[in-house]
Design a protein around this ligand. Sequence first.
Ligand SMILES: [Zn+2]
Length: 59
Amino acid sequence: MEIEGYCVKCKAKRVIEKPTAGFNKRGSAVVFGKCPTCGTKIYRIGRTKLHDGMEAPKK
Ligand SMILES: [Zn+2]
């Protein structure tokens, strides 16, 4: 599954390498992974297909 994120080093959108779905402290859906071009960490906020079936953790 291809999830795009913005790489701050390349200053361009990249398809995130090994995207991992999760949730941040506020319970927002996030995806993190690596830029396939330069290896910089990419972190994007927003629900994706990777989050299907996942529920935000309750406090
Ligand atoms: Zn990059």
